[in-house]
Design a protein around this ligand. Structure first.
Ligand SMILES: *Cc1c(COP(=O)(O)O)cnc(C)c1O
Length: 379
């Protein structure tokens, strides 16, 4: 059994995919070919924003946003404590200070009341200036934007929506990557919408910001190619990845998001039936839709989680611990001790979460096998 079966997806899309790849190979337009612009237009329309700017990966997408807002030394950027490293790395890279905020144990996303506490602490401390909230749509579920918007309005902060795992998610019909002042995503193969290598995209409604970010991703270009008005990056999405994404995006819209939701529902039902309340299943608030980058359950404690994971492995069932270590404990961020925040939610999750195999092509049989194996091995 595969954790996320990308080969199976390729088999389903093979004819179209092979043609797309060979079209690019035969075109000679390997950089900035027509596929890139076409894809950007399709993605912007789907997300419901004016601008989509493709780039080399999801980390660059976040970093370009940091650069566009001129995040620098002395700036505080609020980041969930429970996320992938990139969400905080880009802040340090820009010279700012990431302030890690506890997450909600039910949704796995940034906890609004902990966020307010963190902002208040930074303000009263007076050393850093609060600038941006990085809201991560973890495991496919959009963050709590009703509350985050109120907080950002109150304190005059920008929202950077890290939708690397959230692309395809929704709140009341509105699409993920449209909630932040800037939204970003990643096309790393295992993300909800992935390519066959690295890729990323940035979304915004703001014309001026879009122009600035377009410039940053091309060496800070000005009016023409050899006119450079700022220090930028070289961060392109390759033509071949854009062509691959066009094929995958069609499947994503037509049935993959719906099918992965069916798979999640099947897990929910089987787990409730066979395991009752022995394990906690993912919580999706009313009106929210997840794109299920992960299906993440919570066990009673670390021993139970670790022994279950080993037992599943012996039966050939892959599972992952996203994430075993909170951001505030990462050696790379040397800000420990400066601020003391509550990290209860994140600490508990790091010890108890387990992500199970899920993807749009998983069969009911596979889901049955996983849940039966959990039932058999859960102590
Ligand atoms: C994967 C991921 C990123 C980084 O994306 P890359 O394309 O691998 O650079 C950033 N944030 C989150 C939450 C991610 O899961």
């Amino acid at each position: 059994m595969q954790f996320r079966d990308l080969k199976k997806q390729y088999e389903v899309l093979k004819d179209e995919m092979d043609k797309a790849v060979l079209d690019v190979a035969g075109s000679g337009k390997y950089i900035n070919g027509p596929w890139v612009k076409e894809l950007e237009t399709e993605l912007a329309e789907y997300v419901g924003v004016k601008h989509c700017i493709s780039c080399a990966n999801g980390t660059d997408a976040l970093y370009i946003a940091m650069m566009a807002w001129d995040i620098k030394e002395g700036d505080a950027v609020f980041v969930p404590d429970f996320t992938f490293f990139s969400s905080g790395e880009v802040v340090s890279h820009a010279g700012g200070t990431p302030i890690f905020v506890d997450v909600d144990r039910k949704t796995y996303n940034i906890d609004p009341s902990s966020l307010v506490d963190a902002i208040e602490k930074v303000i009263s401390d007076g050393k850093l200036e609060p600038k941006v909230i990085v809201s991560v749509d973890l495991f496919g579920l959009p963050a709590n934007y009703d509350e985050l918007q109120k907080i950002s309005d109150k304190y005059g902060l920008k929202i950077l929506e890290d939708g690397a795992q959230g692309f395809g998610g929704e709140i009341n019909g509105r699409k993920a990557c449209s909630f932040g002042d800037i939204g970003t995503t990643s096309f790393f193969p295992a993300k909800p919408l992935g390519c066959y290598g690295d890729g990323g995209a940035i979304f915004t409604d703001d014309d001026e910001l879009a122009m600035k970010m377009q410039s940053i991703k091309v060496h800070g270009k000005g009016k023409m190619k050899y006119d450079n008005v700022r220090i930028g990056l070289n961060s392109r999405l390759d033509s071949i990845q854009a062509a691959i994404l066009q094929v995958k995006f069609k499947a994503f819209k037509e049935y993959e998001v719906a099918d992965v939701n069916k798979a999640a529902k099947k897990y929910d039902e089987l787990i409730k039936e066979k395991l009752g309340d022995k394990i906690i299943i993912p919580f999706i608030p009313k009106g929210y839709l997840s794109s299920w980058a992960q299906y993440t359950i919570q066990l009673k404690d670390k021993d139970t989680r670790d022994s279950l994971q080993s037992a599943l492995k012996e039966e050939g069932i892959p599972s992952m611990v996203y994430y075993p270590k909170p951001m505030h404990n990462q050696e790379a961020f040397e800000i420990k001790g400066e601020y003391e925040f509550n990290t209860e939610g994140t600490d508990a999750l790091c010890d108890t979460v387990l992500s199970l195999p899920i993807h749009p092509y998983i069969t009911e049989d596979d889901i049955n096998t996983v849940v039966s194996a959990i039932e058999k091995n859960l102590k």
